[in-house]
Design a protein around this ligand. Structure first.
Ligand SMILES: Cc1cc2nc3c(=O)[nH]c(=O)nc-3n(C[C@H](O)[C@H](O)[C@H](O)COP(=O)(O)OP(=O)(O)OC[C@H]3O[C@@H](n4cnc5c(N)ncnc54)[C@H](O)[C@@H]3O)c2cc1C
Length: 279
């Protein structure tokens, strides 16, 4: 799409070149959303391509993903074998859209766009990720994935701030098993609920990253594998106002579907226990 309001295109080599941030500037990552919508408020696009922030790094602390990492690169990367939880990242790529998108869209672009249908946001919450944020004239800071988004298409980012990288602790990668469940009202439709379940078979800990149904991603966790009653209890603890209520589904419907996906996720991951399904 021709963005008629855009008058300037900047392609800085380093983030320090854009310290004088203006209100009508916009970061450009993969551009799959920016060039897909009219952006009347945007006069300048600041392309991040030359920052060289697209790394996927295995470190002693865990995994570091540069914000401009192309989503599809996660499918091709050879993660350490015990890091079974990286499957959730691969599912986030597969469940987002077609290969045309995943070969251009970035991991950070999906997180910063903060659509309720983001597949990466609930995955990052389930994996206990934190985000490294760079800001002009100040030290970088970190925020937990669960605290990054405040509402649909709203994050804690202030003007000029930029997501630099995503860090996932090694503890949340090794041995955890994951299940990715996404529900839409029609095939390839917009998600009305997404649940990423992470389960540690030795400790029995369970973390649910909830997206799609809620205005901002949520974390629900248990120290042991929850029963159906515990899942229902945890879901009902939070007010219905946290859920999206629109033409695709009412808040009550989305809440119910979220609960069903949580059940299915943990059921799938523990199906082998005592040789029988739990639900
Ligand atoms: C057919 C189709 C289907 C889609 N389906 C989905 C879907 O199911 N779920 C979904 O979530 N999205 C969907 N999208 C929207 C979008 O394409 C994806 O969210 C994609 O991952 C965005 O990544 P990008 O790199 O292209 O971001 P861009 O389009 O480049 O940027 C998106 C926004 O994030 C900001 N931004 C990007 N990187 C940073 C950063 N590092 N720091 C600060 N701000 C940043 C940009 O300024 C912009 O406002 C779809 C798009 C299309 C065309």
């Amino acid at each position: 799409m021709d963005l008629y309001s855009v008058e300037t295109y900047l392609r800085p080599k380093s983030v320090t070149e854009v310290s004088d941030w203006q209100p009508d500037w916009n970061w450009l990552a993969g551009g799959t959303w920016i060039f897909n919508e009219v952006q009347p408020q945007v006069k300048t696009l600041v392309d991040m391509q030359q920052f060289d922030w697209s790394e996927i790094e295995v470190t002693p602390q865990g995994l570091s993903i540069g914000t401009t990492c192309i989503q599809n690169d996660l499918l091709d990367f050879s993660f350490p074998k015990p890091w079974s939880a990286t499957e959730a990242l691969k599912d986030a790529v597969r469940e987002l859209a077609s290969f045309k998108l995943s070969h251009a869209a970035t991991v950070g672009g999906n997180i910063c766009l903060a659509l309720s249908a983001s597949t990466f946001a609930p995955a990052m919450v389930a994996l206990n990720a934190s985000y490294e944020i760079w800001r002009p004239h100040n030290e970088p800071y970190f925020v937990d994935a669960v605290d990054f988004q405040t509402a649909p298409q709203q994050t804690i980012l202030q003007p000029g701030e930029v997501l630099r990288s995503i860090k996932i602790p090694i503890w949340n990668l090794a041995q955890w098993q994951t299940s990715f469940k996404r529900m839409a009202v029609c095939t390839a439709g917009y998600a009305i609920a997404i649940v990423v379940t992470a389960y540690h078979p030795q400790t029995q800990q369970v973390r649910f990253g909830i997206g799609g149904s809620v205005k901002a991603p949520r974390l629900i966790e248990f120290d042991t594998v929850p029963t159906l009653e515990q899942i229902v209890g945890a879901i009902r603890e939070s007010p219905l106002q946290l859920y999206i209520d629109d033409e695709r589904g009412s808040a009550a419907y989305r809440q119910h579907i979220t609960q069903v996906l949580m059940q299915r996720g943990i059921d799938e991951l523990t199906a082998g226990i005592n040789g029988k399904r739990r639900y």
